[in-house]
Design a protein around this ligand. Structure first.
Ligand SMILES: [Zn+2]
Length: 290
């Protein structure tokens, strides 16, 4: 947390407040979050720059400055978030943008200080840095590429989907939802997922993430909020995450809440009936005989 839909929601919230606006000043309040750059780099490049655009890459928020001023990249990681309204906790503010625009201040807050703030001189440098630790964005990966990447590992499918080097953007909540929608058991070895199942999985990744973006993400504790301090609505209507013991929306059997290897401290929710560990064999032969 936040995962792709939460970061996309942050980006969509930031765009009207930042794009095309002049940054009057930028203040790094907690240099602990800086990665590969100094407070002076960020403040010098940001001060007086115009924001060309704001976009997302995996779980990164990318702020493109105009006229060769480079890119400021902010990774909210576990507890980071942007505020267009005065943040609840001033002591958690790590970076402040002072803007010539309808909103004169934008705050980046991070409770546990696990987020990262970086600066790159150009798009290419940012792409290289991203590529070192990330696979393709979960909304951009092709079905063929997903199949090829899954066929390379015998790890369970759920932690594989959450591995940012395989594809970028999916975490614990959306992995549970995607696997339920594609009817795949979370501990199936990734190499055993058939081409037909990858087709379902690929479609489910796109549809679940888009639905979650429309709902402005998932809030379940004091963590993620939109830039206006509101909760995301996805967990009001989702199928699996946080619903252990409740009836499966497909078959009515109780949703299981369990822990699986490779995911320390994070629960897994699934329906043992809809997502059997040994899926039924395709019935092609039978129907050919009939
Ligand atoms: Zn079910």
């Amino acid at each position: 947390m936040p995962e792709l839909p939460e970061v996309e929601t942050m980006v969509r919230g930031l765009r009207p407040a930042l794009e095309g606006m002049l940054i009057r000043d930028i203040q790094v309040l907690d240099p602990f979050l800086l990665e590969g750059c100094t407070t002076a780099d960020i403040e010098r490049q940001g001060r007086g720059a115009k924001v060309a655009r704001v976009d997302r890459r995996g779980k990164w928020v990318v702020i493109h400055l105009d006229r060769g001023r480079g890119l400021i990249v902010i990774q909210p990681r576990m507890t980071g978030g942007f505020w267009l309204v005065t943040p609840e906790r001033q002591d958690h503010v790590r970076l402040t943008f002072l803007i010539d625009g309808p909103r004169d201040t934008i705050w980046f807050c991070d409770t546990r200080r696990l987020g990262k703030i970086a600066w790159y001189p150009d798009e290419k440098a940012a792409s290289v840095a991203f590529g070192k630790s990330h696979g393709p964005d979960a909304l951009e990966i092709t079905q063929e590429d997903l199949f090829a990447r899954l066929s390379k590992t015998t790890r369970a499918i759920k932690p594989t989907l959450m591995d940012q080097k395989v594809l970028a953007g999916i975490g614990n909540i959306y992995a549970d939802e995607v696997l339920f929608r594609s009817r795949i058991h979370p501990t199936r070895p990734a190499t055993t997922i058939t081409a037909e199942e990858v087709a379902r999985l690929h479609a489910a990744i796109g549809s679940i993430l888009r639905e979650a973006i429309l709902a402005e993400g998932s809030s379940f504790d004091a963590g993620y909020r939109t830039v206006l301090g509101l909760e995301g609505g996805f967990l009001a209507t989702n199928a699996m995450y946080g619903r252990g013991g409740q009836p499966c929306p497909e078959c009515g059997k109780a949703v299981e809440k369990t822990r699986i290897a490779g995911l320390v401290g994070r629960p897994t929710h699934f329906c043992a009936n809809c997502q059997p560990l040994t899926p039924p064999k395709p019935s092609r032969k039978k129907s050919q005989k009939a």
